[in-house]
Design a protein around this ligand. Sequence first.
Ligand SMILES: Cc1cc2nc3c(=O)[nH]c(=O)nc-3n(C[C@H](O)[C@H](O)[C@H](O)COP(=O)(O)OP(=O)(O)OC[C@H]3O[C@@H](n4cnc5c(N)ncnc54)[C@H](O)[C@@H]3O)c2cc1C
Length: 306
Amino acid sequence: MYDLAIIGGGPAGVAAGVYASRKRLKTVFVTKDWNSQSTVSEGIENWIGTVKISGADFAKNMEAHLRAYAGDIVDIHVGEWCQKISAIDGGFEVATDKGSYKAKTVLITTGSHRRKLEVPGGDTYEHKGITYCASCDGPIFADQDVAVIGGGNAAFESAAQLLAYCKSVTLLNRSEEFKADPVTVKKVLSNPKMRAITSAVPTEVRGGKFANTLVYKNKESGETVELPVTGIFVEIGSIPTTEFARDVVAIDPYGRIVVDPRTQATSTSGVWAAGDCTDGIYHQNNIAAGDAVKALEDIYVYLNAK
Ligand SMILES: Cc1cc2nc3c(=O)[nH]c(=O)nc-3n(C[C@H](O)[C@H](O)[C@H](O)COP(=O)(O)OP(=O)(O)OC[C@H]3O[C@@H](n4cnc5c(N)ncnc54)[C@H](O)[C@@H]3O)c2cc1C
């Protein structure tokens, strides 16, 4: 039986893995991949100690850091998807799509994933006009009319990237107010190629082989409008990746694992969680890594007390 099972290979999981190795906790480390959410970012400028790094290099560095110190202490399994965690005698069993592992303790760092556009045509036109990553797919839509759905920072940052090469960018926001920082909103909206429509609820995506129309309803007037766009960038938030943990720890109505912010302990003794999969209020790379280190310290104390 391992001392610890870490699930997830983003900044939280990797930070915990490095610390587990230093504390010589026999660990199984399971992750689907090394792609943390900011892997799609063109440049991360707030990872402390690094002035600027591309999301892709950030992911490479994560893997390299853990592998450099894993030795024979951290047993790394990449390409495995955790499906279930069950309590067993003396610990937990982590079942993946490729195997199962027994450990005395578990640290969940599975982050979150993008909320999908759930309207007719949403599935049909995914990767055929609908996309979830402006920095990855934006250049494909050069000189075209595109829409961004959402009103938070991610939506406005996507719009800012798209304005560099698209003919026009129309942002649709469900409510009257934008959630994004006022400074960003002001800067993006000052671009003559940009316009924002509030109280706009997307209802359908239409097209032929590729999307060419985004239909939305104006909540105030009830009017249905057809917006001719070839690219639709969806930025409507994220959902914690916690389905597999539902039977073992308390999860709040938003799908976030409930933790004690002092220790990252969950409602179940022997299970901790850190990063974007938790009900922590703020979600950033540095916070995910720091919270995971905090969890590791507590796991170490817990194991030594046994
Ligand atoms: C577009 C974008 C840009 C961002 N830019 C910044 C930025 O510039 N600076 C900043 O500080 N923050 C940024 N963030 C936020 C930051 O990316 C997150 O706070 C951070 O990635 C959280 O790390 P995490 O380790 O908790 O989870 P994640 O990064 O989500 O990593 C989760 C890991 O777990 C794996 N996984 C998930 N479920 C399973 C499973 N069931 N089985 C096995 N493996 C699983 C995933 O494959 C992934 O490797 C950005 C976020 C986005 C979406």
